[in-house]
Design a protein around this ligand. Structure first.
Ligand SMILES: [Zn+2]
Length: 74
């Protein structure tokens, strides 16, 4: 199987990859997706938070306070 290059409006050859959603050939109008449907699906996934980075609560404000019994508390 060979991937034939596509051309954009200016006639420039552009290699389109595969749709990250369904692995079909991407189309110029919706690249890197194969269709508006897949583009919308991906956008919807973003909006619904599937790609959201999980919040990590590593900053414990209590860390700034001296623990009871700390020598600094003298
Ligand atoms: Zn697709």
């Amino acid at each position: 199987m060979t991937e034939s290059p596509e051309r954009d409006a200016a006639g420039k050859v552009v290699m389109l990859g595969r749709c990250p959603n369904c692995s079909k050939r991407a189309v110029l109008d919706y690249r890197p997706f194969c269709s508006k449907r897949c583009a919308d699906l991906d956008l919807g996934r973003w909006l619904s938070g599937d790609y959201a980075i999980p919040a990590v609560e590593s900053d414990d404000p209590d860390d700034e306070d001296h623990a009871p019994g700390s020598p600094d508390k003298f």
